[in-house]
Design a protein around this ligand. Structure first.
Ligand SMILES: NC(=O)C1=CN([C@@H]2O[C@H](COP(=O)(O)OP(=O)(O)OC[C@H]3O[C@@H](n4cnc5c(N)ncnc54)[C@H](O)[C@@H]3O)[C@@H](O)[C@H]2O)C=CC1
Ligand SMILES: O=C(O)C(=O)[C@H](O)COP(=O)(O)O
Length: 376
């Protein structure tokens, strides 16, 4: 069996090595010739999976994408060809949730304006929006959820309209898929008028898809509004963000909000499970054997962390400032955006860090946030 796989998908060899021949490829530049005799194709979000790529392949059985987003895949085409498809919903939810939460802690520290006491509006309450909300609520932050689709489906959580969210939230975090048509389309959901109408001193975080914000309009609005603070992980025109926009972002990163080692491993692992299911063979490999040990064994707390100390702890697992600095230096270089994504292997999730503290009962919130080994 030939398994053509994006070279940026980690842990493919240990998981799929026994199942067939693995052929690593550059996912962004993948050609029909490279995939014409594949039985299995494993991609990430940068590969357009459609008739143009796959028409020449008569034998493809399975396409897996180690992502939640499926906007790069022509699902209708795969269905007409009878090719089984699976994505990996939820694989990177914790990573994105922690990314957005850490970004808020970083902004709070930078502007000496504590997160505690602010109201956060989450647009899109699926996997990543809910993970962000969880971090915030565990830390005692009021969260407003806007998700008309989930609301209509009868999701029991409380939801607000977008108008209410815009009026009440001090921070807005975006977690919707990109959709270009329909009642709930998200393309340029934040257009010039909406951006202009945002509350004074608002913080806006986008780690879903670049085109959910009209980036050209965002440049125009930022030229007039210094009070609006931005964290941008995703960009219109990736891998070529508009160069004028980058300096307007407080934190700028190359679509890596979901890139914890754990999140990427989970993505590959979910596809492994799906392929085993399709082949009707037992999935015998385990996820826990794949991840390296974290470089800090444990941190012993003398006292419970306040907001600043929590940011220090968070920086042990992920220092957003490092990625921001590298991004600013290299995004404009040839392939700079993709090279940074390819080499992004340093980030862990809160669960990688064990915390030790004398009093068990007062630290439940730290374990609920995801840190392991809290209490002793
Ligand atoms: N920057 C990164 O590294 C990552 C980006 N993403 C992006 O974030 C998106 C969301 O990811 P998940 O939360 O895992 O997906 P999900 O499918 O679990 O949740 C998306 C939610 O958005 C809601 N939604 C759709 N249209 C909406 C609208 N107009 N207004 C409000 N809510 C709306 C849906 O009902 C759904 O609950 C993905 O589609 C992907 O594009 C996801 C993971 C990593
Ligand atoms: O899951 C998604 O959707 C994402 O946006 C991914 O985290 C993006 O990662 P790549 O698939 O582009 O490596």
């Amino acid at each position: 069996m030939k398994i053509v796989v994006d070279e940026n998908m980690p842990y493919v060899e240990p998981l799929f090595g026994d199942l067939g021949e693995i052929i690593p490829v550059n996912g962004r530049t993948l050609t029909p010739e490279q995939v014409q005799d594949a039985d299995v194709l494993l991609v990430r979000s940068v590969t357009r999976v459609n008739a143009a790529l796959l028409d020449a392949n008569p034998k493809l059985k399975f396409v897996g994408s180690a992502t939640i987003g499926t906007d790069h895949v022509d699902l209708a085409y795969l269905a007409t060809r009878g090719i089984v498809f699976s994505n990996a919903p939820g694989c990177n939810a914790t990573a994105v949730g922690e990314f957005a939460f850490i970004a808020m802690l970083e902004l709070a520290a930078r502007f000496n304006s504590p997160l505690k006491g602010k109201v956060v509006g989450i647009v899109g309450a699926g996997n990543t929006g809910s993970a962000t909300a969880k971090c915030l609520e565990v830390f005692g932050i009021k969260v407003l959820l806007h998700d008309p689709i989930k609301e209509a489906e009868g999701d029991p959580r409380d939801f607000v309209s977008l108008e209410t969210l815009l009026q009440e939230a001090d921070i807005i975090s975006l977690h919707v898929p990109i959709t270009r048509t329909g009642e709930h389309k998200t393309l340029h959901l934040f257009d010039e008028a909406r951006l202009m109408s945002l509350k004074a001193n608002i913080w806006l975080i986008n780690c879903c898809r670049g085109d959910v914000i009209d980036n050209q309009a965002l440049i125009k609005v930022k030229q007039q509004r210094d009070d609006l603070k931005l964290v941008l992980d995703v960009w219109e025109g990736e891998p070529h963000p508009m160069p004028e926009l980058v300096p307007f972002a407080e934190f700028a990163t190359p679509h890596i909000a979901g890139y914890s080692l754990e999140g990427k491993a989970r993505g590959t692992f979910m596809l492994y499970q799906k392929l085993c299911e399709l082949l009707a063979i037992p999935a015998t490999k385990g996820l826990s054997d794949l991840l390296p040990r974290f470089n800090i064994k444990a941190v012993e707390l003398e006292q419970l962390p306040d907001e600043k100390a929590l940011l220090q702890l968070a920086r042990f697992v992920y220092d957003l400032r490092d990625d921001d600095a590298v991004f600013r230096n290299c995004f404009a270089n040839e392939n700079g955006f993709d090279i940074m994504r390819k080499n992004h292997k340093h980030r862990r999730e809160f669960s990688a860090l064990a915390l030790a503290y004398r009093g068990q009962s007062e630290v439940d919130w730290l374990s609920n946030l995801g840190f392991s080994g809290v209490g002793r």
